[in-house]
Design a binder for this molecule. Structure first.
Ligand code: PRX
Length: 650
């Protein structure tokens, strides 16, 4: 029953919220619709500390390469640091807790100096200039944020690679971005034990990485590592002598701020490019609107800085608005599954933002753990990364939020830079598993490929029909792929519009429910992966003739990796167990442990159309144990379906 009920925002929260009611929300939406450029231009003037004001809000002449706040000059690190010094110099900017319980607080003043010193180091010691790419392969330690902001300060473009990626994956990203410097750590801690990062970098940096001039190493766990003389430098030593002030580079609104590689449905991961002004504006505005963080609040997002959520909602958004952001190195279940709840109590966290997969994991552990802690400081709960099931939503709402904290189910993507569709905590009546409505200024519509809106309860394409400031500016080095991937599917009034890759429906109340990807991208524990990448890795096993990867629903992870493998003709089935192990070893080597298969099934063939296209829909249905309802007569060999079913179901 509760699943269909609307939960109103608590009156007390609404009273003081930045957006206090649905009327206010609708008025803002109308303002944006009536005068789109005026709406965005006013916010850009109000929120950003410009070095030089912009001349034009939006330039659509090179669509879909849209340009925002044309002619404006700023520096994102100044937006996040310098301008807060007058009023917030002694306020905590970052509260860090390490896996082993070590704690560190950096005030805005301290963070400002750390960033300045690091910027000087990058510039003076390593010759990093505006436009150079710096790959950051760091654990969740404050130095990751310092490094990002130091790059921003000198105009270098950072590209963070998540620590769970393998040496091969790191190498691909280093080469694609032609990075000049790689920043890493000796290692970090996971589940209480040290693990190593630097050896992965050593393995990644082969002769192919001709662009890399140096490796900068942050000492985190002080484990013994090898140093390559003339290439490797220790951050902790070099930073000591750096001057504490570094002039911020004058950056154009449209100068790139960072690249972040993400998976698509085909080919290699793509380097999603975000630029300066539009990105930081929306990072800040969504922090303010969606989490409604107040001056003395403590905000905690549990994401990793290696993903977009960590970029926008651990570092850039919170710091741009002058908030206190908690950063945690570890996992939710170490040393026990009460870790996060203890931290909420200890730091008196007011806004807590995490992923459905973690919520499901902690839900499974039960109510005893959260019940041990005082969670009454919480005001707003957030979730992101994949659809959340009503069960997990209700547990989060009742057991963690005590039935008094709105849940903001924020729908967005690496490419969107910030939130797109989400409740507003003081305004939107919420319901389980709905991201509700687009934010003011975001023109998001569920439609068909020709731009016709979908009626209620009919699945359509989740599109954004007007450009927005924090949108992806390009795929690094591949403008054609950018156009094709995002603007090649749907049109409105004959003009290409942005398609997210997700399906969605308007429910009976007109609320938006995201139904998941419509392309060959899967979401495993909130990690976005292309099935094509996993297939390419598995296909490298010498016994594999061909394979197909699909996502199989998983109670905790959302989706698990399920691989159908066709072995080469003469190969002996007796070797299957070894082959399974080896396939996973190859996946771990080429991508990383996050892409490991949960299930591998050997089948005599794959269901293909006469033109050779693999019918993944059939494979998804078989993996789920569903009946095949679709017409299989068009398959090259319809009998293959029953044979595959026998292999999978036994
Ligand atoms: O499928 C959608 C899902 O995650 C995808 C974006 O993944 P990524 O770029 O890695 O960014 C994740 C963090 C923003 C989307 O295409 N997704 C994200 N948030 C939600 C979601 N699906 C349903 N509900 C959400 N709140």
């Amino acid at each position: 029953m509760e699943e269909n009920v609307l939960f109103d925002p608590p009156a007390e929260l609404s009273k003081n919220a930045r957006i206090k009611s649905m009327d206010e929300y609708r008025a803002l939406c109308k303002k944006a619709e009536d005068n789109y450029e005026g709406f965005w231009g006013d916010y850009a003037k109000e929120k950003i500390t410009w070095k030089k004001p912009f001349d034009k809000v939006l330039d659509e002449s090179k669509a879909p390469f849209y340009q925002w706040f044309v002619g404006g000059k700023l520096n994102v690190s100044e937006q996040c640091l310098d301008r807060h010094l007058e009023t917030r110099k002694n306020k905590a900017a970052i509260i860090f807790e390490g896996e082993l319980g070590d704690q560190k607080v950096l005030t805005y003043r301290e963070l400002y100096y750390e960033v300045n010193k690091t910027a000087n180091l990058l510039k003076n010691k390593f010759g990093i200039k505006k436009g150079d790419r710096v790959v950051i392969y760091l654990p969740m330690i404050p130095e990751a944020a310092v490094m990002m902001l130091a790059c921003a300060r000198i105009g270098a473009i950072h590209s963070i690679v998540f620590g769970g990626f393998s040496a091969d994956a790191l190498r691909d990203r280093v080469i694609d971005a032609q990075a000049k410097l790689v920043v890493t750590a000796d290692g970090a801690y996971r589940r209480g034990k040290p693990y190593m990062l630097k050896p992965v970098v050593d393995e990644a940096l082969t002769d192919e990485c001709t662009s890399v001039e140096a490796v900068l190493i942050v000492q985190r766990n002080f484990e013994e590592i090898e140093y390559v003389s003339g290439r490797d430098y220790i951050y902790n030593e070099l930073i000591k002598d750096q001057p504490v002030k570094c002039e911020a580079e004058v950056m154009d609104s449209e100068d790139p701020l960072f690249l972040l590689y993400t998976s698509g449905s085909t080919g290699k991961p793509k380097g999603v490019q975000h630029n300066s002004a539009g990105y930081i504006l929306w990072a800040q505005m969504t922090m303010e609107w969606v989490f409604d963080v107040k001056e003395n609040d403590t905000y905690w997002c549990t994401a990793d800085v290696g993903w977009i959520t960590g970029h926008t909602y651990i570092v850039y958004g919170p710091l741009a608005m002058g908030a206190t952001t908690v950063m945690f190195e570890g996992v939710p279940v170490y040393p026990d599954p009460g870790r996060w709840w203890r931290m909420i109590e200890e730091y008196q966290v007011n806004q807590f933002y995490t992923a459905p997969t973690a919520i499901r994991l902690l839900h499974k552990v039960g109510n005893d753990e959260p019940a041990k802690y005082d969670l009454s400081s919480l005001k707003v709960l957030g979730t992101v990364g994949e659809p959340i099931n009503p069960d997990a939503w209700l547990w989060y709402y009742n057991e963690i939020g005590g039935g008094k904290c709105p849940i903001v189910d924020t729908y967005w993507q690496t490419e969107t830079g910030g939130h797109m569709i989400t409740p507003l905590p003081g305004a939107t009546p919420i319901k389980p598993a709905s991201a509700t409505f687009p934010l003011p200024g975001i023109i998001a519509e569920i439609m068909d490929e020709d731009g016709n809106p979908k009626p209620k309860n009919e699945k359509g394409l989740m599109c954004v029909t007007k450009p927005w400031p924090s949108m992806i500016r390009g795929i690094w080095g591949d403008p054609e792929r950018f156009k094709e991937s995002y603007f090649g599917t749907a049109k409105k009034n004959g003009q290409p519009v942005y398609f997210t890759g997700d399906g969605a429906i308007y429910d009976d109340d007109g609320y938006i429910v995201i139904t998941g990807r419509t392309d060959d991208v899967i979401n495993v524990s909130g990690h976005r992966m292309g099935t094509a990448e996993i297939e390419a890795a598995a296909g490298n096993h010498p016994h594999v003739a061909e394979c197909a990867v699909v996502g199989k629903p998983d109670a905790i992870k959302g989706e698990g990796v399920f691989i159908y493998v066709v072995l080469k003709g003469e190969d002996n089935l007796a070797e299957e167990v070894d082959v399974m192990k080896e396939i996973n070893q190859i996946i771990v080597k080429e991508i990383g442990p996050i892409a490991k298969a949960d299930e591998i099934k050997f089948v005599p063939g794959l269901p293909k159309t006469r033109s050779g296209k693999i019918m993944r829909r059939i494979l998804r249905a078989i993996a789920k144990g569903e009946e095949i309802t679709q017409d299989i007569s068009t398959l090259e060999d319809p009998s293959i379906v029953a044979k595959i079913q026998t292999c999978v179901l036994g």
